[in-house]
Write a protein that binds this ligand. Structure first.
Ligand SMILES: Cc1ncc(COP(=O)(O)O)c(C=O)c1O
Length: 361
C-alpha cells in the first residue's frame, strides 16, 4: 500500500525571524527545518509508520547495525522556488531510481519510487517557509537516507530499516561569483573497484574518500579526482561530483558509466542539454594521458565538475604527483553556458522542454 506521510505538525516551529535569519545566509548543511519524513521497514511487515513529524534526534541503540556495518544509503536533491512563488523538485524520479539501485547493492529494502517522491514532497510542503526565494541561487537541499536500524551484531542484512528525509536551506556554492577550482589527481588512493560499491550512493564510499580529499587539500586543491583502481588507465570522478572535458572542436566528453562511478543526475541532464548548446556529448573512456596531454596540446580547452550541490564548477587545473596541467584562462564559456542552461530550467527561467520539473507547492 502506498505511503502517505501524514503531517504531525511541530508544536514549536522556528519563529519567522529565525527562519528569515537562516535564509538570509543559509550556508550549506548547517541548518535544518522544522520537520522530517520518516518510515520504517521490517522484514515481516514491509513499509509502515510513515509520517512527517517534528525534526529531532533518533534514539539509537548502541548495537544498531548501521553503526557497525555501515549498511546505509542516501540521496541529495533540491527544491527550487520559482519567481511566481511556486516550489519544484528537479527530476525526483531519477533520485528515487538511484536510491533503489543503491539500496539493492547494500541489501537494503526497495522503497517504491512514488513513496520516495511523496516523502520529499510532503516534507517540502510542511516546511515550505524554509524554501528560499529565487534570488541568488538558493534552494532547499533534501537529504533522503535509509539505514539498518535493527539492533543486533552480526554481518547480515538488517530486518529493520529506517528511511528518513531531512531538509536544509542551501546558499550559493560560490559566494562572490563562480571561480575555477584546482583538482588533485590521486594515485595513492582509489575510490571504487569493479564489483564494488562505486555506483551506489552509500556512506562508506565517502568515508573512504576522505583521506584522498585531505591529500588534495595538502596540495592546495579543493577536490580530488580518482583514477580507475586496478589498471589506472581511466579517469573516473571526483569525491562528490562527475567530471567533463570540453574540446576545442566542441565535444563534451565525460567518463562512460562503468559501474564504478555514480550516475550523476546533473551529469545526465548536461548530456541531454549539450546538443541544444551546439556541443557533441561523448561518454567514453578518458585515459590520464588524454586528460593531461589534451590540456598540454590545446585539444582540451575547458574542464568542469558537476553535481547537485555546486551545479557546474569550472576546473582551473589538474595537479598530480607528476605535475600540473592548467587550463586556459578563457572564462570557461561552454562551462558557463551549460551551468546557466541547467540553472535556468531548475529556477523556471527557461522552458522545461525535457519535462524535468515537478511542481509540489
Ligand atoms: C560521488 C559522486 N559523484 C557524482 C555526484 C553527482 O551526482 P548528482 O548530479 O546526482 O548530484 C555526486 C553527488 O551526489 C557524488 O557524490
Amino acid at each position: 500500500m502506498a505511503l502517505t506521510f501524514p503531517l504531525h505538525r511541530n508544536p514549536y516551529p522556528a519563529t519567522d525571524d529565525a527562519v528569515a535569519r537562516v535564509l538570509a545566509d543559509p550556508g550549506f548543511g548547517d541548518h535544518f527545518t522544522d520537520h522530517m519524513a520518516v518510515a520504517i521497514w521490517t522484514k515481516d511487515g514491509g513499509w509502515g509508520a510513515d509520517e512527517v513529524k517534528p525534526y529531532g534526534p533518533f534514539q539509537m541503540d548502541p548495537a544498531s547495525a548501521v553503526l557497525h556495518y555501515a549498511q546505509e544509503v542516501f540521496e541529495g536533491m533540491k527544491a527550487y522556488r520559482h519567481a511566481d512563488g511556486s516550489i519544484h523538485l528537479f527530476r525526483p524520479e531519477a533520485n528515487a531510481h538511484r536510491f533503489q539501485n543503491s539500496a539493492a547493492r547494500l541489501m537494503l529494502p526497495q522503497l517504491p519510487g512514488e513513496d520516495f517522491v511523496r516523502a520529499c514532497a510532503e516534507l517540502v510542503r510542511a516546511d515550505a517557509a524554509w524554501v528560499p526565494d529565487a534570488e541568488g541561487e538558493r534552494s532547499l537541499y533534501l537529504r533522503p537516507f535509509m539505514f539498518a536500524s535493527e539492533v543486533f551484531l552480526g554481518v547480515r542484512a538488517a530486518q529493520t530499516v529506517t528511511f528518513c528525509v531531512i531538509a536544509s536551506p542551501a546558499g550559493p556554492y560560490f559566494t562572490g561569483g563562480v571561480k575555477p577550482v584546482d583538482i588533485w589527481v590521486t594515485d595513492t588512493y582509489a575510490r571504487a573497484g569493479v564489483g564494488g560499491t562505486g555506483s551506489a550512493k552509500c556512506g562508506g564510499n565517502y568515508a573512504a574518500s576522505l583521506i584522498a580529499q585531505y591529500e588534495g587539500y595538502d596540495h592546495g586543491c579543493s577536490q580530488v579526482l580518482f583514477i580507475e583502481a586496478a589498471d589506472k588507465d581511466r579517469v573516473e570522478e571526483l569525491g562528490g561530483m562527475n567530471v567533463f572535458l570540453v574540446t576545442a572542436d566542441g565535444r563534451l566528453v565525460t567518463p562512460a558509466l562503468t559501474g564504478t562511478i555514480l550516475e550523476g543526475i546533473t551529469r545526465d541532464s548536461i548530456l541531454t542539454v549539450a546538443g541544444d548548446l551546439g556541443l557533441v556529448p561523448e561518454e567514453r573512456r578518458i585515459t590520464p594521458e588524454e586528460l593531461f596531454g589534451g590540456i598540454a596540446d590545446g585539444t582540451t580547452v575547458e574542464a568542469f565538475s558537476c553535481g547537485t550541490a555546486a551545479v557546474v564548477t569550472p576546473i582551473g587545473a589538474f595537479k598530480s604527483a607528476q605535475g600540473e596541467w592548467r587550463l586556459p584562462e578563457n572564462g570557461s564559456p561552454a562551462t558557463m553556458a551549460i551551468r546557466n542552461a541547467i540553472l535556468d530550467i531548475q529556477y523556471g527561467r527557461a522552458a522545461d522542454d525535457h519535462g524535468w520539473m515537478r511542481p509540489i507547492a
